[in-house]
Every structure is written in C-alpha cells, then in structure tokens.
Design a protein around this ligand. Structure first.
Ligand code: PEP
Ligand code: MN
Length: 337
C-alpha cells in the first residue's frame, strides 16, 4: 500500500501517520521528495483500511498494491491446490463431474438419477435438501430426510455427495453426511455462515454471488480459509447482467481470472448460468476448453415434472452425450475425468 501525502505536509504529521500504520501492524517506509512525501507500507497490511487513512486531512490518496486476500492468493501459494473430496480429486489434471437433481424429491428419483449419472461418467452426486427459493410458496426442499436419501444413494452408487447448506444450524448434520458442502450464490456473503465453516474440514463449494466481483468472491473464500478450513473450491454459476433472455450470464473469464489470482480450483455450473437445458452442452464444452477443473450439471429423470429447475435439467441420455464430448476436450488440454 502506498500513502501519498499532501504537498508541504509537516514532519509531525508524517510521524503521526507513520505511527498509525505501525499501530495497525504495517511497516512504514517514508520517502521525502522536494514536493511530495509518500509512505510505502510493507509487511502485513490486512488490518489497514485504505479508506480510513484517506479521511486524514494530510493524506492526498492511498493506493493498494497487493490484494486484500492472502490465504487464497496465488502469490503466496504458486502451485494449484488439489482438493480431495472423499477420494475424488478436484484441481490439477483432474476434471470433476458433479451431477444430480436440483432438489431431492424421493428415494426412487435420486437412486435412478444417481445410477444413470455414474454410468455416464459423473464422479460426484448432487442434490438439494434445503433449497433457497425466491418465493416462500415454492418447494423448499425435503430437509434432513432428503439429505438422508442423498447420503444413502451416494453410498449405494459409490459417489461422494454435494448438497447446499443454508444455515449453520445444520452444520453438524452436513459435517457428518455431506462430502462437499455447497454454499449457494445467495449466501456467498453470509459472513457468519462463512466463519462457521472453519469448524469443519469438509471441502466447501463456494458459488459466486449473483452480482459479486472477483475480489468479493475471493474474499468470501478467504473468510472460510482464515477460519481454518483451507479446502475451498470456487464455482461460477452465472452472474446478473442486463440480459434477461438467459437466467444469468455465464462468465467464462472467471476461469483464467480465478486461476491467475488464486490457487483454488474452479468449477462451472452451466445449468444455473443459462437456465435452459440446451445451453448446458455448449457451455460445458467451452468451460472445459477454457481450463475449468470441473462441471456441476443438473440431471433429472423427468424434467417436465421436476419440483425445481426442470427447464435447465438434462435427461440422463443427454447428460451422457455431453460427458462424452467433454471427456475428449478434457484430454486435449491434459485433464482426465
Ligand atoms: C443450486 O445449485 O441448486 C443452486 C440453488 O445454485 P445457486 O446458488 O447457484 O443459485
Ligand atoms: Mn437448481
């Protein structure tokens, strides 16, 4: 961080600002020029808020030179992180394929989809038991009984399970049963919930908020990591733009950007991005070509009757066709399902 002081700042004010920086854990380096004085801050700047320095009357402006996230930062951890989800590796040259219904609806439904998804090449099973719905009148998910169904299906077909946690009240239950705990877009900045995730060592799938910048999203990962859980996988699921034809706009640039800024794996959810089943295949192909570490795709055996997100769900046969293509593309860029 660099603090530029106003011209002709007095020595006592320079020393006062230096003192403030030291108090907050930084190491100030003062450079006095003929016109201007600048103070470079090295060391730990995590507790220094540039805006609180900028309110001082002798400060002209403050410039950040390093990112506010440390644990997630590629600069301090140059190698890609590979996250182990109960034996399935995410990151590096592995391609994770998470498939399953938006919501768990019944045991028969989940088992049928789980078997078909596994046969088609999926290596993790998803299903929502606690659903964040825009309308309070819409199906809210089966809750704990749904989680039990997913748990049983995961064991039966031999796939780790992924499900969304909406409240820390259920953390113990998720810690026990869920291999990869999803934090949905709407909770990406639920900071109390993020802090609680330090209590589990289960990997976390952190979805990008509806309108979150890269820095906001990575800072949310930093919350989880700073709380003591380093196992974070990021998930781009489309962001809100002016376009309303598609449900969201898939930001494929998130893949190279996240890889440049962090060492964390990133997976793409083309289902929630487009909101239409026929957009899933081209976007899944593009995501893998751009270097995504995995895909999360909604699959339903009867999309017309799905209680949630039917229009964006693939039938098992279509899912199989998508995975076939994706497998070939993955191989070209050195990844393997
Ligand atoms: C989901 O994965 O079912 C979901 C609700 O996703 P998002 O938080 O991305 O909307
Ligand atoms: Mn969904």
């Amino acid at each position: 961080m660099i603090i530029v002081l106003k011209p002709k700042t007095k020595q006592e004010d320079i020393e006062r600002i230096e003192g403030m920086v030291k108090e907050r854990g930084g190491q100030p380096q003062v450079v006095v020029g003929s016109e201007m004085t600048v103070i470079g801050i090295i060391g730990d700047t995590t507790k220094i808020d540039p805006r609180s320095l900028e309110v001082d009357e002798v400060v002209e402006r403050v410039m950040k030179v390093s990112e506010p996230y440390k644990k997630a930062n590629r600069a301090f951890h140059p190698d890609d992180s590979i996250i182990d989800v109960s034996g399935v590796k995410v990151g590096g040259d592995h391609l994770a394929v998470i498939a399953g219904p938006c919501s768990i609806e019944s045991e028969e439904q989940v088992i049928e989809i789980a078997r078909a998804a596994k046969a088609a090449g999926a290596n993790m099973l998803r299903g929502g038991a606690f659903k964040p719905r825009t309308s309070p009148y819409a199906f809210q998910g089966m809750g704990s009984s749904g989680l039990d169904i997913l748990y049983k299906a995961g064991k039966e077909v031999g796939m780790p399970i992924v499900s969304e946690l909406m409240s820390a009240d259920h953390l113990e239950e998720f810690d026990e049963k869920v291999d990869l705990i999803q934090i949905g877009a709407r909770n990406m900045q639920n900071f109390d919930l993020l802090k609680q995730l330090g209590k589990t060592k289960r990997p976390i799938l952190l979805k990008r908020g509806l309108s979150a910048t890269f820095e906001e999203w990575i800072m949310s990962a930093e919350y989880i990591m700073a709380a003591g859980n380093p196992n974070v996988i990021l998930c781009e699921r489309g962001i809100r733009t002016f376009e309303s034809y598609t449900r969201n706009t898939l930001d494929l640039q998130a893949i190279p950007v996240v890889k440049k800024l962090t060492h964390l794996p990133i997976i793409i959810d083309p289902s929630h991005a487009g909101g239409k089943w026929w957009l899933v295949e081209p976007m899944a192909r593009a995501a893998v070509a751009a270097g995504a570490d995995g895909l999360m795709i909604e699959v339903h055996n009867n999309p017309e009757k799905a209680l949630c997100d039917g229009p964006q769900s693939l039938k098992p046969e279509k899912f199989e066709a998508v995975i076939k293509q994706v497998r070939d593309i993955a191989r070209v860029i050195g990844k393997e399902i």
